[in-house]
Design a binder for this molecule. Structure first.
Ligand code: ZN
Length: 447
């Protein structure tokens, strides 16, 4: 299809009133488009002139067969819908297309369908298909990606839209990005140096029109399969200016911005039966916490300790059996603190805590000397939720939210289900308020 023909197609679509689709500013970046023939698939046994069905022919057998099959299927579906009225001259079907990209490796076609029926409102729809011209097969987004594209795109979009929130974006939609799956991508195309994905997504906006996100290829180079990295011999037609262009890689999950506010959630007296819920909530919102564990509870919960460490959380020492440490002999402190250090290291394959929180915050010079002499820091707090006393999730939630401030260390207990429920509610709200939920050691480094 020539440039002129393309413009005629586009102009024609505009004139027949397809609005709200993504064809506002068609431009061709390259005039050296390989020859693409146009075929039509007008049906028989109906009023033929009421059908204007067109599809491209690339000269690639299986791709051309698939495109023709698509056009015929759309036509058959329309005729089936008409039933007895298929001879009504007021019923019309228009199927037009645009070749969005045509390179050596891939080609992307958008079909625009307009169904006009005498007894119904006009129905407009759009379908985008991308083909691998070498394997002669249709590509879904998962076919061009490797690794874990869900997590990659989730973090990419989360970071981007945190900075540039789309109009009408809700907090829920924002957090849904962290659970992103590529199923939400309706179509895509590979340009010279971009991967453009299209959503019909309520994840991105309450507005129902398609959303287009253009991502620079260098940003997706880690997840784009090598054979799709370079397809730069092609011609590209920008269907519209993309709503969003992403040219920065997502931050690593544990990167901290020192200029933004941060606080530390700390969980004492575990691990226990509810600790995994806290870990789930932290992981879901890319947050981290510090767990001051009781040494004697560690050997039976090595899996939880490993999860803490692997998730980027901090594990601290909270004595072997929650003893009052002041006045204890060095030998007893070796048991309370030293044995706990060893238990944590054994359970995690070598993680060595650097933070010690004495039970009840009880210290004397002997205990403080022992702690510092063994490479540990005393880790106290500046917000006590008294969650052991108030077993009320709503009250605890209010206590956390009410005391949140930059640099705060909030004391909680992951052994109480009410506290865990409050934390599950508070974490997304704290993140939404811009808090970075960091570990004790991270907080010390930056505050
Ligand atoms: Zn405690």
């Amino acid at each position: 299809m020539s440039f002129a023909t393309l413009l005629l197609v586009i102009a024609g679509m505009l004139m027949i009133g397809i609005s709200g689709l993504i064809i506002a500013h068609p431009t061709l970046k390259s005039a050296s488009s390989p020859a693409i023939a146009v075929a039509s698939a007008n049906p028989k046994d109906v009023i033929t002139r009421n059908y204007d069905i067109r599809y491209p022919v690339f000269g690639v057998e299986k791709v051309d067969t698939a495109l023709k099959a698509f056009a015929v299927k759309k036509t058959d579906e329309f005729i089936a819908k008409l039933g007895d009225k298929k001879y009504d001259r007021n019923n019309r079907l228009v199927l037009r297309y645009a070749v969005v990209h045509h390179g050596a490796r891939t080609a992307t076609v958008v079909f625009y369908q307009q169904e006009i029926r005498s007894d119904q409102p006009v129905v407009l729809s759009q379908s985008m298909m991308t083909y691998d011209l070498q394997t002669q097969s249709e590509l879904k987004i998962g076919d061009i990606l490797k690794g874990d594209p869900n997590t990659f795109f989730g973090l990419l979009f989360y970071d981007y839209f945190k900075q540039y929130p789309p109009e009408g974006f809700t907090q829920t939609q924002f957090f849904n990005l962290l659970g992103f799956t590529t199923d939400a991508i309706q179509g895509f195309w590979l340009g010279d140096d971009t991967l453009t994905v299209q959503f019909n997504s309520h994840q991105l906006s309450d507005r129902t029109s398609f959303k287009t996100i253009q991502i620079k290829k260098r940003v997706v180079s880690d997840v784009l399969k090598p054979e799709y990295q370079a397809d730069d011999k092609g011609s590209n037609m920008s269907l519209s200016d993309p709503e969003y262009t992403i040219d920065v890689r997502p931050k690593p999950a544990d990167e901290i911005d020192p200029t933004q506010k941060m606080l530390a959630l700390t969980f004492d007296d575990g691990p226990g039966g509810h600790t995994n819920r806290v870990l789930d909530a932290l992981a879901k919102y890319r947050a981290h916490g510090t767990f001051f564990v009781i040494g004697r509870q560690v050997p039976g919960h090595a899996d939880i300790l490993q999860r803490m460490v692997n998730g980027g959380n901090e594990v601290g020492n909270h004595s072997w059996d929650h003893a009052q440490l002041p006045g204890l002999s060095t030998g007893r402190l070796d048991q309370e603190i030293g044995d706990t250090q060893r238990a944590i290291s054994d359970a995690t394959g070598g993680y060595v805590p650097t933070q010690m929180r004495p039970p009840y915050g009880a210290l004397d010079s002997g205990v403080a000397g022992y702690i510092h002499g063994h490479g540990l820091k005393v880790a106290l707090w500046n917000v006590d939720t008294e969650d052991w006393l108030h077993r009320d999730a709503g009250l605890m939630y209010n206590s956390i939210m009410g005391s949140a401030a930059d640099g705060r260390v909030i004391l909680l207990h992951d052994i109480h289900p009410t506290s865990v429920e409050a934390v599950e509610r508070a974490i997304p709200d704290l993140v939404a308020q811009g808090y970075q939920l960091v570990t004790m050691s991270q907080l010390e480094r930056y505050r």
